[in-house]
Design a protein around this ligand. Structure first.
Ligand SMILES: [Zn+2]
Length: 399
C-alpha cells in the first residue's frame, strides 16, 4: 500500500519551533537574535539540526546564508525565510517561515532546498535583506562591510568573528545558479487577513519604498536676543517640512518622519542644524516619486525663505516588486478556502529581493492583532499549517 503524503500539521510546526523559540529569548523582553552574534550562531545550530533530521547537510554561502540542499547540483525550488530578529522582537517573524520550510521539504515529492537568509532585519548594522541582496548581486559590499553597530564594531569584523570571510561576499551570486525559484511563508504584519477572516493569503506585491535624508544648516544664536527676521532656524524648517510631507501624501501613501537629530540641541539656542529621515511607501512607485518631487521642490523654497541651507538626498528607493502570476496562482490553489483577495505588503522581504532574479512568491499567516517586531507577536499554528500546506501544494505544481 502506497503511503499517503500527509499535510503539514500544527503539531509538526510546534515541534520544530520548540528548538528555536528559546534562542535569544529573555522573558518579557522578547527575542533578540541579531546577525553575527552568539544567538545567531545558536540559531544556525538549530538549522543544522533540523536539516540533519531530514538527512541534509548544511552549507553556508559567502554571505552567510544557510542552505540545506538535496543531493546533486540543482537548480531547485527553495523555501525559507530568516532567523535573525529585531531587538526585543517576537517569536514568529522569520523563524516560522524556516520551520515551515523544513516541514514542507520533508513532505514534498520534488527535491527542495531550504534557505535561511542572513541579516534580513538589518537591526544591527542598518543592512536589511543583507543576505538576499548579496545573493542577487545587488549589495554595495564596500558600504555594507564598513557599517558599524552601536558598539563601534564593523559589519566586516562581526562577520569574520562569526567565521564568514567578508572578502568573499562578492562570490555569493554564483549560488543563485542553484535556485530555480523561492517561496517564503511569513506572518502577516497587518490585520488584513484577520479582517478578511482568512487563515492564510498570497502576497500580490511589495509596495514601493523611499527613504529621504535631509540636512538643514542654519545658524546657532541666542534664543532671546535674536530678532525673528535674523533667525536661521534649522529645526523650524524641519518642522515645516514634516508637516508638508504629510499634507502632500495622497491617501494610500504612508509617510513617516522617522528620525531627527538636532544641534546644538540646547534649550536656549536657535538650532543650527537638523538632520531628518523621511520614509514614504505606496502601492505604486510613480506616486511615491511624485510625492518626493513635490516635497523637494517646496523644501527648497521653504529653506531658502528661512535662510537655511538644504541638502536633500534619496538614501534608498525600491520601486516595489510584483510577484509572478504563475507562482501566485500556484499558492492560491493550495489555500484551504480557495483563492482569496491578494495582499499588498508595505514591508521588505527576502522573497521580494530574490524576485528580481528568479520566480518568487509569498504566503502570509493571519495575525489577529497585526503586531510584529514585538514580544506581543502571535499567530496560531493551525493557521501557519494552512499556509505551509499552500506552499506544499505550490511546490508540487511548480517544481
Ligand atoms: Zn521577517
Amino acid at each position: 500500500v502506497e503511503a499517503l503524503v500527509t499535510g503539514v500539521t500544527a503539531d509538526d510546526l510546534a515541534a520544530r519551533m520548540a528548538g528555536i523559540l528559546p534562542i535569544g529569548r529573555s522573558g518579557e523582553a522578547g527575542t533578540t537574535r541579531l546577525a553575527w552574534t552568539g544567538e545567531d550562531r545558536d540559531a544556525a545550530g538549530w538549522f543544522a539540526a533540523e536539516a540533519a533530521r531530514i538527512g541534509r547537510r548544511t552549507e553556508r554561502d559567502p554571505a552567510g546564508n544557510l542552505w540545506a540542499c538535496p543531493e546533486g547540483d540543482g537548480p531547485w525550488w527553495a523555501i525559507g525565510s530568516h532567523l535573525d530578529t529585531v531587538r526585543q522582537g517576537g517569536s514568529y517573524d522569520g523563524a516560522l517561515g524556516v520551520a515551515a520550510a523544513f516541514a514542507v521539504a520533508e513532505r514534498a515529492s520534488a527535491p527542495l532546498a531550504i534557505i535561511s537568509f542572513a541579516d534580513e532585519e538589518g537591526a544591527r548594522f542598518n543592512t536589511p535583506t543583507f543576505g538576499s541582496r548579496a545573493l542577487v548581486g545587488r549589495l554595495d559590499v564596500d558600504d555594507a562591510v564598513t557599517r558599524t553597530d552601536q558598539a563601534g564594531v564593523t559589519l566586516g569584523d562581526a562577520m569574520a568573528a562569526a567565521g564568514v570571510d567578508p572578502g568573499r561576499i562578492g562570490e555569493c551570486p554564483a549560488w543563485l545558479e542553484r535556485l530555480r525559484g523561492f517561496l517564503e511563508l511569513h506572518i502577516d504584519q497587518t490585520r488584513d487577513l484577520a479582517v478578511a477572516g482568512a487563515p492564510a493569503g498570497v502576497v500580490e506585491r511589495l509596495a514601493a519604498r523611499l527613504r529621504l535624508q535631509l540636512e538643514l544648516r542654519g545658524r546657532a544664536d541666542h534664543a532671546g536676543t535674536t530678532p525673528r527676521a535674523e533667525r536661521r532656524d534649522a529645526l523650524a524648517v524641519a518642522a515645516r517640512l514634516i508637516v508638508r510631507g504629510e499634507e502632500l501624501a495622497e491617501p494610500g501613501l504612508l509617510f513617516t518622519a522617522a528620525r531627527i537629530e538636532v544641534e546644538p540641541n540646547s534649550a536656549t539656542t536657535v538650532p543650527s542644524r537638523a538632520r531628518l529621515w523621511l520614509d514614504a511607501r505606496g502601492p505604486a512607485a510613480a506616486a511615491v516619486d511624485a510625492w518626493r518631487d513635490a516635497l523637494a521642490q517646496e523644501a527648497a523654497g521653504i529653506a531658502a525663505a528661512a535662510g537655511v541651507e538644504l541638502d536633500l538626498r534619496t538614501a534608498s528607493r525600491s520601486g516595489g516588486v510584483a510577484f509572478g502570476a504563475d507562482v501566485r496562482q500556484a499558492l492560491q490553489a493550495g489555500l484551504p478556502a480557495g483563492p482569496a483577495p491578494e495582499l499588498l505588503c508595505f514591508a521588505g522581504h527576502d522573497a521580494g529581493v530574490v524576485a528580481e532574479r528568479r520566480p518568487a512568491g509569498m504566503v502570509f499567516v493571519r495575525n489577529e492583532t497585526g503586531i510584529s517586531h514585538s514580544p506581543e507577536e502571535h499567530v496560531s499554528l493551525e493557521d501557519a499549517a494552512a499556509a505551509a500546506n499552500a506552499l506544499l501544494a505550490a511546490v508540487e505544481a511548480l517544481a
